[in-house]
Design a protein around this ligand. Structure first.
Ligand SMILES: *Cc1c(COP(=O)(O)O)cnc(C)c1O
Length: 461
């Protein structure tokens, strides 16, 4: 095959040397004119104080969570050393995909699947485990949906010698037994959620017998376990400001690599569940866009079955089903929203990071939703030419990138498209199997479905 796009020296993989790796995370909030809304105490309706948050989260992470102004946070040497085991991650020029599509567009993807957990989540897991260890804690609790976050956190805790208790959404626990075994290999204990080990889990089970669980339920259980066990704190793998801060390593590396080859992105695309990979990927580019230094579209891609940006409302909501967490202002479908059980593609959280929600509301970011059968078709097309077996979540971004590249084919424009390939799909083969056997459908929630969960938004006043 002759690729007509190979006319300059841009290599297939653009790497950074160890010296060129970022030494600080970038805090996108520092560039935002309209800051993300603060977390509120559900009891008082007032912004959560550091002291209140420190009952649930590690102190240093609380400081990062509340800081809207400091642009850079130095990455501690121990974390930089850990990053060196699997970073820098490659930025790949998708020559083979371009050829297959016959597009004049130049497509790049930042691949975060090169570690055992198989996703970008390890970038924040090691940071959160590090601060917990530094604070002298015995362990951490968390929830996991598809299992990537739980795996990443288990790896980080195993490395640092911290105990790790994972509440895993029941449907995933049953569909992904191998994920569970990876977590146990790294020393974590794994409980299907909702469970009878917490008061909130027992309550949810009593109200919805037979429920397959949701991230929101698992979060409530993990928070309860943390606050009721001495020496434990809760950690979260997405949504929070601190997580987007740690994930900025993705965008900083991407920008440094593109600078090396003199490329400016025209379109940046990322899948959006809670918003952490996208928030990290876009961090330095969004700063440049806000400052008028970069003219670039930024696109969030979400599943049509869990469309928080494209069909949700921008309001204060609970972060969890059990309503034990602070309120966050975000695009949300309502904390009681649970995607259809046949939804196989991850990204099943009801809300969206407050940072991304504010940027979207300000018109600085676009959002599209895509149905899952199309997502798996894009995944397969990508796998066959680029080699990597993508995670279903990541494949939402692939689908949108292919659509943009095909538009370029019509207009003849050689746009630079950059997308986040957040992980690999080895643990998602049940979903691939359903796709191959024609058992996936596109259940898209009706307006009535959404109205039911939106009716339960908290009333502030
Ligand atoms: C968790 C996960 C996502 C979605 O989470 P965000 O916080 O929105 O980034 C996307 N891709 C993969 C592979 C994941 O594991």
């Amino acid at each position: 095959m002759m690729n007509t796009n190979i006319k300059n020296e841009i290599p297939y993989k653009i790497y950074l040397t160890e010296d060129e790796m970022p030494k600080a995370w970038y805090n996108l909030r520092s560039a935002m004119k309209n800051k993300p809304a603060p977390l509120l105490n559900p009891g008082t309706g007032l912004p959560m104080t550091a002291a209140e948050l420190e009952g649930v989260f590690c102190a240093e992470l609380v400081a990062q969570e509340l800081d809207n102004d400091t642009p850079y946070f130095e990455i501690p040497q121990e974390i930089r050393d850990f990053y060196k085991m699997y970073r820098p991650s490659p930025l790949v020029r998708a020559y083979c995909l371009e050829e297959k599509l016959g597009t004049p567009a130049h497509i790049y993807y930042k691949f975060e699947g090169n570690n055992t957990s198989g996703s970008h989540k390890l970038n924040s897991a090691i940071a959160q485990a590090y601060y917990a260890k530094k604070q002298g804690l015995a362990g951490v609790t968390t929830e996991t949906g598809a299992g990537q976050w739980g795996t990443a956190l288990s790896m980080a805790c195993g490395y640092l010698g911290l105990d790790c208790k994972v509440y895993m959404v029941k449907v995933s626990y049953e569909q992904k037994p191998f994920r569970r075994e990876v977590m146990r290999t790294y020393g974590a204990s794994v409980t299907p959620s909702p469970s009878d080990t917490t008061a909130v889990g027992r309550k949810i089970l009593a109200e919805n017998p037979g429920t397959t669980g949701s991230l929101g339920c698992a979060i409530s259980e993990a928070v309860e376990a943390a606050v009721s066990t001495p020496g434990y704190r809760y950690v979260l793998g997405s949504v929070l400001n601190q997580v987007l801060l740690h994930q900025s390593i993705i965008g900083l590396e991407t920008q440094a690599a593109l600078d090396k080859v003199g490329v400016k992105p025209d379109i940046i695309i990322g899948c959006a569940g809670g918003g952490s990979n996208l928030g990290g990927l876009i961090a330095p580019f969004m700063r440049d866009k806000i400052n008028g230094d970069l003219d670039c579209r930024i696109v969030a891609v979400e599943p049509a079955s869990c469309p928080s940006l494209t069909r949700g409302v921008y309001a204060y909501d609970f972060c969890d089903t059990g309503m034990v967490c602070p309120l966050a202002k975000m695009y949300t479908l309502g904390s009681s929203f649970i995607p259809a059980p046949n939804h196989a593609g991850g990204l099943r959280y009801h809300g969206m990071s407050s940072i991304l929600s504010q940027l979207y509301d300000d018109g600085l970011m676009e959002a599209v939703s895509v149905p899952q059968v199309e997502v798996f078709k894009a995944a397969e097309e990508f796998a066959r030419v680029e080699g990597i077996l993508p995670a279903p979540e990541s494949s939402h971004a692939i689908k949108a990138a292919i659509d943009e590249a095909l538009k370029c084919k019509e207009t003849g424009e050689a746009k630079n498209i950059v997308f986040g390939l957040t992980g690999t799909g080895y643990f998602d083969l049940v979903a691939y199997q359903k796709f191959h056997d024609g058992q996936l459908d596109d259940y898209i929630p009706t307006d009535d479905d959404l109205a039911k969960s939106l009716a339960k938004l908290p009333h502030l006043g």
